[in-house]
Design a protein around this ligand. Sequence first.
Ligand code: HEC
Length: 186
Amino acid sequence: MQSQQSIRAAFGSFAVLVVFIAVLSACDMTNTSTTMGVTTTSGNVTIAQIFETAKQTSGYTWYKKSDALIGKTAKSGHSEPFMRTRYNSTAAQMLDASGKVKEGSVFAEGSIITKELINADKSVNGYALLIKRKADPNADADGWVWGYVTATGAERHSLTSKGNGCIGCHSIAGHIDRTLMNVSVP
Ligand code: HEC
C-alpha cells in the first residue's frame, strides 16, 4: 500500500515536471515577441518590448562611465530635470576610454541606447531609446527605431512615426549617427 502510494506520488511529480517543462518551452517560443526585450527576430519591435528593454541594465555602460544623474541641458527635448544615458554592449563598442562616443561612429545593428528621464525626486519618469534595427518597419533612414515610453510602459511618442519629431533635434551640428550626448554633455 505504502509503495503504491509512493509510486503514485512519484508519478505525480513526474507529471508536474512534464507540464512544467512544456510550459517553459511554450514560454520560450512566445517570449521573443511578447514579454522579453528587443531581439534579433525579424519584424517590428513593439512598445511592450521597448519598455522591457528600457528596464534592462545588465551589460550596459553609462555615458562617461558614470551613473550620476545629469541635469537636463538647454538642448534636451524633455521636461524632466535629470537624465542619464547607457549603451548596451554592441553600442558601447563606439565608446572611447572615457566613455564618450567616438567621433565618426556609426552604431552597429543591435545597438541599444537608453536615456532615462528622471524626476526631481530621482524616480524614473520615462525612457527614450535608440535601437539600431535596420529591417524594422519602424526604422528611419539610418536604421534607428525611436522609442519613447513612460515609466509604466505607455507609448509617449508614436513608434510608427519613425522618429518624426525626434530626428530634427537629433540632426543638429555635432551629432554622431544622430546621437547627441557628446554635443550637450561634452
Ligand atoms: C528638443 C530637441 C530634442 C528632441 C525633440 C528629442 N531629443 Fe533626444 N536628445 C536631445 C539632446 C540634446 C540629447 C542629449 C542629452 C541631453 O542634452 O538631454 C538627447 C539624447 C537622446 C538620447 C540618448 C542618446 C544620444 O546621445 O542622443 C536618446 C535615446 C534620445 N535622445 C531619444 C529621443 C527620442 C526617442 C525622441 C523623440 C521622441 C527625442 N530624443 C527627441 C534632444 C532632443
